[in-house]
Design a protein around this ligand. Structure first.
Ligand SMILES: CSC[C@H]1O[C@H](OP(=O)(O)O)[C@H](O)[C@@H]1O
Ligand SMILES: Nc1ncnc2[nH]cnc12
Length: 297
């Protein structure tokens, strides 16, 4: 096995997991494409590696490049494992979301700081089969990376649109959108936005010691709003099209800052206090799968 997972932060890569409407990053210098097999099967697609100064960016479209995987079918564990295996220690996840609050308008951007999980059919953890870990989830997103994303986002968002720092992302299973009763329930819980993918990624990224943050692009008011049309795929894609350029610009600017500052965060050490099973008690077949996360302990 190559040792890229052991690269120090100073040499690590930035990962981008592209969501709906975000299938490549071909505006920057393309280097190569990697087909990675993982202990959890094949990732959603090959990983494209791009170059930006002294930082490599590893991009994967979570639904596949032809958007053929629904949110429940995405191989989340394979995607996170594959990124970590090539030395990714930060992930930015541009994602489409519906708004659950009047003041969060379509075309706004949210950098959420919390989740409520209503998914039903998702991989919960890498840590089973004889290896137990409990990582902290009080701050499910990386606070450091999210701050950088917010600061740069605020400078780059076009006039008339707003970037919201913080907010609770309601993670639903899908693929059908919510009923009106569900949408109103989530509003009564104080949730800010709704989507189908980020929570599963954030939880696994924490276990993989990757700093994960979401660039949530608001595309609709879901179905609760009295005067706005109910969400539809067409509405989501139309609004995303007019926002992809902004998302790209923000990601490039953040990447330039990561290249310079290589920000470290708590997420990079989440297993230090989380791993409970002693290494000598973990079956060797499990050790093999988890070695890219646990080698440094
Ligand atoms: C195309 S509408 C529903 C779809 O959009 C969001 O995708 P992603 O999070 O990958 O940007 C949402 O989570 C659903 O998967
Ligand atoms: N209203 C909504 N519900 C769930 N996921 C979404 N993605 C974009 N809009 C959404």
């Amino acid at each position: 096995m190559n040792k890229e997972h052991l690269l120090p932060i100073e040499k690590s890569r930035l990962g981008v997991i592209g969501g709906s409407g975000f299938y490549s990053m071909d505006q920057i210098e393309y280097l190569r494409e990697l087909e990675i097999n993982t202990p959890y099967g094949k990732p959603s697609d090959s990983i494209k590696v791009y170059n930006l100064g002294n930082l490599e960016i590893a991009f994967i479209p979570r639904h596949g490049r032809k958007h053929s995987l629904n949110p429940s079918e995405i191989p989340y564990k394979a995607n996170i494992w594959a990124l970590r295996s090539i030395g990714v220690r930060w992930i930015i996840a541009p994602s489409a979301v519906g708004s659950l609050q009047e003041q969060i308008r379509p075309l706004d951007i949210v950098v959420p700081d919390q989740f409520i999980d209503r998914t039903k059919n998702r991989p919960a953890t890498f840590f089973n089969e004889g290896a137990v870990a409990h990582v902290t989830m009080g701050d499910p997103f990386c606070t450091n990376l999210s701050r950088i994303l917010s600061e740069i986002g605020e400078k780059n968002i076009p006039g008339g649109r707003q970037l919201h720092r913080g907010g609770t992302y309601l993670a639903m299973e899908g693929p059908a959108f919510s009923t009106r009763a569900e949408s109103n329930l989530y509003r009564s819980w104080g949730c800010s936005i709704i989507g189908m993918t980020n929570h599963t990624e954030a939880r696994l990224a924490k276990e993989a010691e990757i700093a994960y943050s979401s660039l949530s692009m608001v595309t609709d008011y879901d179905c609760w709003h009295q005067t706005h049309q109910e969400v539809s795929v067409e509405m989501v894609l139309d609004n995303l099209r007019s926002n992809t350029e902004v998302a790209n610009k923000i990601i490039f600017e953040v990447a330039k800052l990561i290249e310079k500052e290589r920000p470290k965060s708590k997420s990079h050490f989440s297993l230090k206090d989380g791993l409970i099973t002693q290494k000598e008690n973990i079956p060797s077949s499990t050790i093999e799968k988890l070695r890219i996360f646990t080698d440094s302990y």
